[in-house]
Design a protein around this ligand. Structure first.
Ligand SMILES: C[S@@+](CC[C@H](N)C(=O)[O-])C[C@H]1O[C@@H](n2cnc3c(N)ncnc32)[C@H](O)[C@@H]1O
Length: 393
């Protein structure tokens, strides 16, 4: 007789982790490290099943993700009236209090729901009518800038999913970038690039155009096992089922994973004095235990010394008119610098200027497409560590 199927765990909840295109596999790996069950991979999203503790852990511990969503209701969205009707049928009053300030956004695409503002309007009407009826005319208010509860209408082909954004503010906002240089990199992208670069989290790492240091800070947190979002607030804290003791317990578990890597070297080079000082101020305030060092000047004039096992960087793209003439020599110099100082290990350069990437010289082993906002960036892997398989070509 076949063994009876295990009873479903009533605490298991479905979830969707959103990320930028190209980082789905990296996010999947991060979820596994956080012991969260992955059940599927989609375009710019990874599907999970977990419990409240898992949602809290994912928000604090994920490095390359943007938002963690908790789906509430999924349905066939043939028209805008269905958005109202399904929203009206949802027990929102069991999820958040009537005085919550809400923000509603639409993500994804559907052939039938193309007017985003109207879709938001219909869902908002459904939510407010639910509360009005149950709470004697009182209803939540709308607050776009600093909401308590963020609701996402996730569209995928003909299906719409109403979801609570457990993150609230997107996860790339760690809180350490109080100031920055020109064209800083978003933190989730920096972490994703480091994971795709082939860096082993132990070898000395060099960023020869470090700007305000995002790659170096993310590298430090990866090497030291520091969860990147331990000290910020989340959308889940405004929900009625928020369990503060559980949140603190998960935070302590993540803190227990921290290590103190000895002999780790993280070196940045930066030509702009103001940007270099910004990097040092952020380092001293938020990462005082990190070994991050700065050499000021042009990387072309700096000898970083021997032993660097990895290089990761994000040079200027020079996409503004008038800058092309300076950019090609800069990329060519970077190629020479890598061949001179990176005898071993891996080198990966992220840029949206693909013409300039042709100036690196030497042989490029692969490049990986990764969107940076609307810019179609690619991560060029100029050198790969021996044991590092290429993830995509
Ligand atoms: C796109 S930004 C890097 C942003 C950085 N990843 C961050 O998140 O802040 C490029 C940086 O390269 C610096 N830079 C440009 N040419 C350089 C050179 N020859 N040597 C060193 N730094 C240079 C710029 O001043 C700028 O801060």
């Amino acid at each position: 007789m076949p063994a009876p199927a295990p009873a479903p765990d009533p605490e298991r909840l479905p979830g969707f982790v959103l990320c930028r295109g190209g980082l789905e596999e990296v996010v999947e790996e991060e979820l596994r490290e956080l012991e969260i069950e992955v059940v599927g991979r989609h375009k710019r999203a990874v599907e999970i099943t977990t419990n409240l503790a898992g949602f809290y852990r994912a928000n604090m511990g994920l490095r390359s993700a943007l938002n963690v969503l908790r789906p509430i209701r999924s349905f066939n969205a043939r028209n805008y009236d269905l958005l109202y009707y399904q929203s009206r049928k949802t027990n929102w009053h069991k999820l958040f209090p009537v005085d919550a300030r809400l923000r509603i956004d639409v993500k994804g695409h559907s052939p039938k729901i193309t007017h985003t503002r109207y879709a938001i309007h219909r869902v908002k009407d459904g939510i407010t009518d639910t509360f009005r009826k149950l709470c004697g005319g009182v209803r939540p208010s709308i607050e776009k800038r600093d909401p308590d509860v963020h609701i996402v209408v996730y569209l995928e082909k003909h299906r719409a999913t109403l979801a609570l954004d457990m993150s609230g503010t997107p996860l790339f906002k760690r809180g350490y970038r109080i100031e920055h240089g020109e064209a800083p990199m978003k933190e989730d992208l920096a972490a994703g690039i480091l994971s795709l670069s082939g860096w082993d989290r132990r070898s000395p790492l060099l960023d020869p155009m470090c700007g305000s240091g995002t790659l170096l800070f993310e590298a430090w947190m990866m090497a030291a096992g520091i969860a990147p979002n331990l000290h910020r607030g989340f959308g889940f804290e405004s929900l009625l089922d928020y369990d503060q003791a559980l949140h603190v317990a998960e935070k302590r578990k993540l803190e227990a994973r921290e290590t103190h890597p000895e002999d780790l070297r993280l070196l940045g080079i930066e030509i702009d004095p103001g940007t270099g000082s910004t990097m040092e101020r952020i380092r001293d305030k938020y990462f005082p235990k990190s070994p991050i060092q700065l050499r000021r000047g042009k990387f072309q004039n700096v000898n970083p010394g021997p032993g660097f096992g990895a290089l990761v960087c994000n040079p200027p793209y020079g996409l503004r008119s008038g800058t092309e003439a300076e950019i090609m020599p800069l990329y060519s110099d970077l190629g020479t610098f890598i061949r001179t100082y990176l005898k071993e290990g891996s080198a990966a350069v992220y840029t949206a200027n693909h013409d300039a990437a042709g100036s690196f010289g030497g042989s490029q082993s692969s490049s990986i497409p990764l969107l940076n906002g609307s810019l179609e960036g690619r991560l060029y892997r100029l050198k790969q560590a021996q044991d590092d398989p290429v993830r995509s070509g």
